[in-house]
Design a protein. Structure first.
Length: 401
């Protein structure tokens, strides 16, 4: 009998230990339709800014509504002080088309109900209702920052989502949700906000079939009496003016879009900021396949130096071996960008995406829009170093609020 009691006690002890170990494990998503890669724009453990840069890929087979997408970065606040959120840049590539989402990104600071030593808060990044969808195979790049009002330092070394990397890498300590359901990443213990099944209540609106009562207006056939004016069909003679469709000639302006699919498109982004903000304007390339590849380019970007001050230029993600192949120079009111595949064939630009990121500080004090445009002199060459002639340059702007 005593042996039996000891065996039961031992089993209970094992179960308690097992449940404790299980509790310590992270809550992990089983669905991998959304993949997140992380790059830290401020890798120092002690920094006055947490610089979260994300590359989000839809690896599933269906589009995802961005308004339903949430991304969480977990950290310890260290002290309770007011914080600010900045989105320097957000862009989406969907089927070879680029969409600027910078002014459609929001950031919310949330205090976790059950805190743990390495996570007391999380930053939840979301999108506005008009941000659209990210299609299957589509990618989104986001560059965000958070800081305290007094710009005091954060200790990132004790942050759950912190990782000292300055290139995009897979990182499962950042979580992604669609309609509040965890799709990707591992939550730290203590964050249990996924009470998603409740929205299943929404099917109740199926009660709507009640408006089937509306067939009563079937009474309307009574106006069949009106067929008397059927006499009016005499004006059927009017169809003669059907000749008017001749103005169908107007579709000639449809000719204008033809150069869009046939040639290379180089675009500057449109960004919104306030005086004193540092914002990033992306330079993107689309429809590269229409010209085969890019082996070289050299062009200028001009801007109003009374409104903007150029801070830095960095190579985009589609530039291979940028330390060798890419260079730039900031001048007064202009920036020059140069690319040359040093191997002459092995490091060509073949994929659509971002060629370069140009950071400006807004120095203008008056609200309004200041243009960021391409200079007249500039050239692109293909993989055979032949000049690319079919190029459409699309200028950008910075809206000062």
């Amino acid at each position: 009998m005593k042996k039996g009691k000891k065996a039961v006690a031992l089993l209970v002890s094992i179960l308690v230990v097992f449940s404790f170990v299980t509790f310590k494990m992270s809550v992990e998503a089983t669905n991998t339709d959304i993949q997140v890669q992380f790059s830290n724009g401020s890798t120092a453990a002690n920094s006055n800014t947490i610089n979260v840069k994300l590359k989000i890929s839809n690896t599933g087979t269906s589009a995802v509504n961005l308004a339903a997408l949430k991304i969480r970065y977990y950290y310890t606040a260290d002290m309770e002080k007011a914080q600010n959120f900045f989105c320097d840049y957000a862009g989406m590539m969907n089927g070879g088309n680029y969409y600027n989402l910078t002014n459609k990104v929001s950031g919310t600071f949330v205090v976790m109900e059950d805190t743990v030593p390495i996570a007391t808060h999380y930053l939840e990044i979301g999108f506005s209702s008009d941000a659209g969808n990210v299609s299957s195979g589509g990618t989104i790049e986001i560059n965000t920052r958070i800081s305290r009002n007094d710009w005091s330092n954060y200790d990132q070394s004790n942050d759950y989502s912190y990782k000292s990397v300055n290139t995009y890498e897979d990182w499962d300590r950042i979580t992604v949700y669609v309609n509040e359901s965890l799709l990707s990443g591992k939550e730290p213990i203590g964050s249990t906000p996924v009470v998603t099944p409740t929205p299943v209540v929404t099917p109740t609106p199926v009660i709507t079939p009640t408006p089937v009562v509306t067939p009563t207006p079937v009474v309307t056939p009574t106006p069949v009496v009106t067929p008397t004016p059927v006499v009016t069909p005499t004006p059927v003679i009017t169809p003669t003016p059907v000749v008017t469709p001749t103005p169908v000639v107007t579709p000639t302006p449809v000719v204008t879009p033809t150069p869009v699919p046939d040639g290379l498109k180089i675009s500057l982004g449109n960004v919104i900021g306030e005086t004193g903000d540092t914002i990033t304007v992306p330079v993107t390339a689309a429809d590269i396949a229409s010209v085969g590849s890019i082996g070289t380019f050299n062009f200028y970007i001009t801007f109003d130096s009374n409104q903007l001050q150029a801070v830095s230029v960095s190579a985009g993600d589609i530039i291979t071996n940028p330390d060798v192949n890419f260079s730039s120079k900031i001048n007064a009111g202009s920036i020059s960008l140069l690319f040359l595949d040093d191997t002459i064939g092995e490091e060509l630009i073949t994929d659509d995406g971002v060629l370069a990121y140009v950071s400006f500080q807004i120095t203008g004090t008056s609200s309004g829009t200041t243009p960021v445009v391409f200079g007249q002199k500039g050239a692109f060459g293909n993989g055979n170093m032949e000049k690319i002639k079919d190029i459409t340059f699309i200028n950008g702007s910075v809206e000062i609020q």
